[in-house]
Design a protein around this ligand. Structure first.
Ligand code: BES
Ligand code: ZN
Length: 875
């Protein structure tokens, strides 16, 4: 072996011949200079003869003269920026056993919301800096040199030197503080074994509120000075979640305290740092008067998710990023479990189908990826924090739980947590524990779902008393992939008492159907019989029914015989099958009509999303029909919307509040004049009196969108008024509502203005995606031109994967022609990076899927007639 540091370049992972046991770190952030210096003393176990210690460092200046291993002076200290490694070479083998590696280093508090970074806040009318960290996935190396992989667990003992008037938080409680003039030194307790990506530091001015779990753990929520009231709801959910997870995993919360902090500049939604969870403000703060019901839900789900990680992720950690889904899929799934238990009236498990839907929609792309994915370089990790790891991950867990049974599943999870506590696990380790505890073939079953991308569509055909089933990989482009899964099939015939379940192991199988149970209930086979597969959508697959079965289900929906989840599953499957050209848009539109008396939020949220999808495609597919289609979709939603009106009613349910907002927004987007006019009217009243009860937070977004539908370059007062509210508001949720509306204008020049506004320092970089998410269909061309012109700046300013991917997705995937796809490809040729490569490919695939869908819609002979029929029938 050539004894050169070069040999360590281009490797996916660090060599294992030495590993850290304990880090003693001193960090001195300088908040005004936006820089920091640090000293590290790392106890390292050398397990094999080696001349080298190889660890991670990026954007750090390590002082070579400060480096020592015990009393050994290294012969060379080399940093490879591209590989993000630091190689410390010695002229002889290091002794096997434990030694201490010491070094000093400096770095910048960057503006990129990763590593050790600067965030800004206002205090007494002045802008102030805070220092904070975001280390997941691989950015601890931007703060201190370390073995920055999840499997190198070590203990951390931190010391911070900071301005004495500031609050300084880290993972563990403070043991000692010494003040010397304007600075103080804060010493923290040593942590238990943990991964580097979970280390955290926050330094700034904060207020806090405090609570305590039944187990006696102190929980605090830190907010901007004067806003601690807004932390109450999160504190309550946090305290209760800790108790709940302690019971669920049968393992106490592992640390002495838990802090949760709102950070004004934050790339993700929240981060589960051990004992010091950080959030963007919108995901932690809740205010009765200023927040909407959906803000409240987001806070609850986010808090529960991050606290679940304290067990699933922090105590037991994935061995490598390939198993990221063990973290994110589980935390997502179990957050629903917690919120369902804490706030049952939200009907949270039915809302979980939003997650399943996103997973299914993404995983129907050829450019998807398996849940378990190879990672060969740190820069590839961020891109897998996507709907596959989260939503498909969470959904296949729900599928497994429902197959094994809730109780057995919980017991096995608790064993898994105990077995791997303070250590790391792979996907297979979890399957092994589940197999052992349940005796079921978990590994064979689940491997088909985690190692293989995509999922099946089950074709169901009734032949006498036999239901024939056949599985094929479902792809939105209409092709059939080669995949085969072990599919937990469930079915009902005519009533939920007749549930059957079995595993479909091969390509085809059949089930004996016995409708006598439902016959005796007066619903004989034929006309009124319905057969539903995938009961309550616990399985991660779609079903395509033959015409007779589909007709039976349509009747069952009209007659309100089906569960909420099944109603959701049918409309979602039908929409996706239509996109994939496996059924006509005509039949989808007919099916939608069966939902015209629906009044439940959870169902209507899916119906609405399907309506908006149809509206968008019909603009390009059938311009001559698109007005009628809009009217049809409006008719479908209008009766529920009219029942709810604009004004909240005393004692109404949380879900009705959500529904009102959902329907009003959809009606505005569909161009319903009456709703738009009412939205504008209420906006004018609100402008004069911000406290008016005519426009509470729940209906404000609809009103803002209505205003923007009426704005144009020559009549721009509405836009300017919204900007004024934006500038005057100190609330992140209010700001996000406005940002999400500005670009929704049909006037291209206004869209352009909104995009340019996003680049000014009036909009935090973390908030760009709100503007991007709101871009109107009319603005898609101007947004794309804008992106091309600003690409270099955008890439530099939003380097993290999820942020740059948002720019690509929200501009590119709105197009619907092959020519446009070619133009986009051409622009990005030679420009792609791992951070957004997959997002780009997926966006291009989406364009091509839309193009083919459009072609097929144009060839549907009965669409126009069906639309007319339904319109007349409804009016
Ligand atoms: N671990 C993630 C945060 C994260 C995301 C770090 C991407 C690095 C890259 C955290 O637990 C998380 O999943 N946050 C979610 C919120 C949650 C409610 C799904 C988020 O940020 O959106
Ligand atoms: Zn997470």
């Amino acid at each position: 072996m050539a004894a050169s540091p070069e040999q360590f370049r281009g490797q996916a992972r660090l060599p294992r011949c030495a590993s850290p046991l304990r880090y003693d770190l001193i960090l001195r952030p300088d908040l005004s200079a936006c820089a920091f210096s640090g000293s590290a003393a790392v106890a390292v176990a050398v397990s094999e003869p080696t001349h080298f210690l190889v660890l991670n460092a990026a954007e750090l200046a390590v002082d070579p003269s400060s480096v020592r291993f015990q009393d050994l002076v290294p012969s060379e200290v080399v940093q490879f920026e591209e590989d993000e490694i630091l190689v410390v070479g010695f002229d002889r083998d290091l002794p096997i056993g434990e030694g201490v590696l010491r070094m000093d280093f400096t770095g910048t508090l960057n503006d990129q919301m990763r590593g050790f970074y600067r965030s800004k806040y206002e205090y007494k009318g002045e802008s102030r800096n805070m220092a904070t960290t975001q280390f997941e996935a691989a950015d601890a190396r931007r703060c201190f040199p370390c073995w920055d992989e999840p499997a190198f667990k070590a203990k951390f003992k931190l010391t911070l030197e900071v301005p004495s008037e500031l609050v300084a938080l880290s993972n563990m409680p403070v043991i000692k503080e010494t003040v010397h003039g304007p600075l103080k030194t804060v010493y923290y307790e040593e942590s238990p074994l943990m991964s580097t990506y979970l280390v955290a530091i926050v330094v700034g001015l904060f207020d806090y509120i405090e609570g305590s779990t039944l187990g006696g753990t102190t929980v605090r929520v830190y907010t901007q000075v004067g806003k601690s009231n807004q932390g109450k709801f999160a504190l309550d959910v946090g305290v209760k979640s800790l108790d709940l997870f302690k019971d669920y995993f049968d393992t106490p919360y592992p640390l002495p305290k838990l802090d949760m902090v709102a950070i004004p500049d934050f790339a993700a939604g929240a981060m589960e740092n051990y004992g010091l969870v950080t959030y963007r403000e919108t995901a932690l703060l809740y205010d009765e008067l200023l927040s909407s019901a959906s803000n409240k839900q987001q806070v609850a789900i986010t808090v529960a998710h991050e606290l679940a990680h304290q067990w699933f992720g922090n105590l037991v950690t994935m061995e490598w990023w390939t198993h990221l889904w063990l973290n994110e899929g589980f935390a997502s799934w179990v957050s629903y479990l917690a919120v369902e238990a804490l706030i049952p009236e939200w009907n949270n498990w039915t809302q979980f189908l939003d997650e399943t839907t996103s997973g299914l929609r993404l995983d129907a792309l050829a450019e998807s990826h398996p849940i378990e994915v190879d990672i060969n370089h740190a820069c590839e990790i961020d891109a897998i924090f996507d709907s596959i790891s989260y939503d498909k991950g969470a959904s296949v867990i729900r599928m497994l739980q429902s197959y094994l049974g809730a109780e057995r599943f919980q017991k096995a999870l608790a064993s898994y947590i105990k077995k791997y506590a303070y250590s790391n696990a792979k996907t297979e380790d979890l399957w092994a524990v589940l197999e052992e505890e349940t005796g079921e073939p978990v590994k064979d079953l689940m491997t088909t779902w985690t190692k293989q991308q995509g999922y099946p569509v089950i074709y169901a055909k009734l032949d006498g008393h036999d239901l024939h089933l056949e599985q094929t990989q479902f792809l939105s482009d209409g092709s059939s992939g080669p995949g085969l899964w072990i599919v937990p099939i469930t079915s009902c015939c005519g009533s939920y008492d007749t549930q059957k379940k079995f595993l479909l192991k091969g390509k085809t199988d059949k089930v004996h159907i016995d409708c006598t149970a439902s016959q005796s209930a007066g619903e004989g086979k034929g006309q009124n019989c319905w057969i539903k597969l995938n009961i309550d959508q616990t399985g991660f697959y779609r079903v395509k029914y033959d015409d007779e079965l589909a007709a039976g289900l349509e009747k069952a929906i009209k007659a309100n015989k089906l569960s909420l989840m099944d109603k959701i599953g049918i409309v979602e499957d039908s929409y996706s099958l239509s996109v994939a050209r496996k059924q006509t848009l005509t039949s989808l539109v007919r099916l939608l009509n069966a939902y015209c008396n629906e009044s439940d939020y959870t169902v209507l949220s899916h119906v609405t999303s399907v309506c908006l999808g149809i509206d968008k495609i019909s603009v390009d597919a059938t311009p001559q029909l698109c007005k009628d289609i809009k009217q049809l979709l409006i008719n479908l939603l209008l009766s529920a919307a009219k029942t709810l009106g604009w004004d909240p009613k005393d004692g109404e349910s949380h879900l009705d509040v959500m529904l009102r907002s959902l329907l009003l927004i959809a009606l505005v987007k569909l161009g319903h004049d009456e709703t738009i006019n009412e939205g504008v009217r209420r906006f004018h009243i609100f402008l004069k009196d911000r406290k008016t009860n005519l426009l509470p937070p729940d209906t404000r977004k609809a009103s803002y969108l209505a205003v923007m539908r009426t704005v144009s370059t020559s009549s721009r007062a509405g836009y300017d008024a919204l900007l004024k509210i934006y500038r005057e508001s100190a609330e992140a949720q209010e700001k996000s509502r406005i940002l999400g509306s500005l670009s929704s204008c049909p006037d291209k020049d206004i869209v352009l203005e909104a995009l340019n506004f996003m680049l000014t320092d009036e909009v935090r970089n973390q908030d760009a995606f709100y503007v991007l998410g709101g871009i109107s269909l009319e603005g898609r061309e101007v947004a794309w031109t804008w992106l091309k012109e600003n690409w270099d700046h955008v890439l530099k300013t939003w380097p993290s994967s999820s942020l740059i991917s948002d720019f690509v997705k929200s501009t590119v995937s709105r197009f619907t022609t092959e020519e446009k796809a070619a133009e986009v490809s051409e622009f990005f040729a030679g420009k792609t990076k791992p951070s957004f490569e997959r997002a780009l490919k997926q966006s291009l695939e989406r364009i091509r899927i839309s193009a083919r869908w459009i072609e097929s819609i144009r060839s549907e002979a009965n669409l126009a007639q069906t639309v007319q029929e339904l319109l007349q029938h409804n009016v």
